[in-house]
Each structure stands twice: as C-alpha cells, then as structure tokens.
Design a protein around this ligand. Structure first.
Ligand SMILES: [Cu+2]
Length: 252
C-alpha cells in the first residue's frame, strides 16, 4: 500500500516536471523552421530509400533465382559451396546497407522530433480543453471558441492542452501534428500556419461512441482580419464581465 502511494507520488511529480523538462524555446530572432515541411521531407526520404533499396534487393534476388534455376527437369543441386568470406560478405554487406539507412533515417527523425518540441518564443498561445465531444479553445484575452481555432497567418501557434474527461488526441493532418490531451496533465503542440485557409482537426484517440464526430477546424486568417476578429471578440468578453466588476466595487 505504502509502495503504491509512493509510486503514484513519483508519477505525479514526473508528470508535473515532464512538460517543463521537455519544452525548449526558439528565440524570437531565430528563423522559424516549419516542422511540417521537415516531416514531408523526411517522409519523402523514407519512401525513396525503401524503394531504391527494395528494387536493388529484388533485382539481386531475381538474378540469383534465374542463375541457379533448374535446367533439365530432373537436375539435382550441385552448385559450388560459398567460401566462408563470401558467406559472411553476403550477410554483412546487405545488412550494413539496410542498417546504415535505418540509422540515417532514425537520426533525422530524432532531429525532426526536436523541431516539433522546441516552441518559438514569438507565438500565439491558446489553451485547449478537450471533452466528449468537443474542442474548447481559450485565447489570451479570454475569448473562447468551440471546434474552431482562428489563427493569424505567419505566426506560430502553440496549443496547451488538457482534457476534462478522457484521453483525446488533437490531430491537424495538414500541419502534421497530433498530440494526446488527457486529464490531470498538460501537453502541447505547435504548428506554423503560413497562408490563409481552412484545415481539418480530428480526434485520433478513441474516446467514446461519438468519437468520430469530434471534428473541428483551424481557420487561418490574414493577420489584419484576425486582429479585427480578436479585438472585437475580446471587447465582447470585457463587456460581459464589466457589470460584475462594477458591482463588486459598490460599497456594501
Ligand atoms: Cu476525442
């Protein structure tokens, strides 16, 4: 029992330290690299490499099948045995080619992962609370939206996410980002919208019977249009909060 409590305590401490440890910041002056472009580049690399290696291996296999084919119908196998050096070579060289490419791609993947984890300091930061079955966004000025995330073109966007019920996963395919949101923990993702347009958001963690309806969109607006919307909505929030503020100042 005591051990259980200790484990839970350690896990909570780890969860609290986790996001802080993982997150690094890209300084404002640095050029921002779009991780989505890096993702596409790496995916293309993977496809090219496995295609080229696959074709080479298939050609060698086809040649050997042809070379050592049975000629007369009743021929018994009599091919010369490979020398030890040749046998080792046939194992080591293809393995080396394959593994060298694997490690090269893995190293690039690791680097790309860091790009996805390092958040630009100059960004729009939006809080996201997910729940069965909606995405609820809160902007720095208190504006709230549901299932629609409006953002300005040309500015990185950071989502800080949590969940009020179960595990969901906020996936924006066009920006190549997906990340779990879960109760009792804050996770994050960032993306770099560069031109105006609309992009699908969908939940990619099975969260209940209506999971497949848990969709939304990211609407990227020209910066001036975004600013006008943001300020107009912010004014509404202020107005709605104003009477309460006046009341609380009235002496009893
Ligand atoms: Cu969900």
């Amino acid at each position: 029992m005591l051990d259980d409590k200790r484990t839970v305590g350690a896990l909570l401490a780890l969860a609290a330290a986790g996001p802080a440890l993982a997150e690094k910041t890209i300084p404002t002056a640095a050029r921002i690299i779009d991780p989505a472009a890096g993702w596409d580049h790496l995916w293309r690399d993977v496809l090219i490499d496995i295609t080229v290696i696959g074709i080479i291996f298939a050609l060698i296999t086809a040649y050997l099948i042809w070379k050592y084919r049975r000629r007369p119908d009743n021929q018994q196998g009599s091919a010369p045995r490979l020398s030890a050096a040749a046998a080792i070579g046939w194992v080591v060289i293809p393995s080396f080619v394959f593994m060298a490419d694997d490690f090269y791609l893995a190293a690039n993947g690791w680097q790309l992962w860091n790009t996805f984890r390092e958040v630009p300091a100059d960004r729009l930061e939006v809080q996201l609370e997910s729940g069965m079955y909606s995405w609820d966004y809160t902007y720095p000025n208190g504006v709230q939206t549901q299932n629609e995330l409006k953002v300005p073109a040309g500015k990185p966007v950071l989502l800080r996410m949590t969940s009020r019920d179960t595990i969901h996963n906020h996936y924006i395919p066009d920006f190549r980002v997906k990340e779990d949101s879960m109760p009792g923990r804050i996770t994050y993702l960032w993306f770099y919208p560069q031109k105006p347009g609309t992009h699908v958001v969908t939940c990619t963690e099975y969260c209940g019977v209506m999971h497949s309806y848990m969709a939304g969109q990211v609407v990227v607006l020209p910066p001036a249009e975004y600013q006008a919307w943001y300020e107009a909505e912010g004014a509404k929030v202020k107005k709605a909060a104003a009477p309460a503020a006046t009341l609380s100042k009235t002496p009893a």
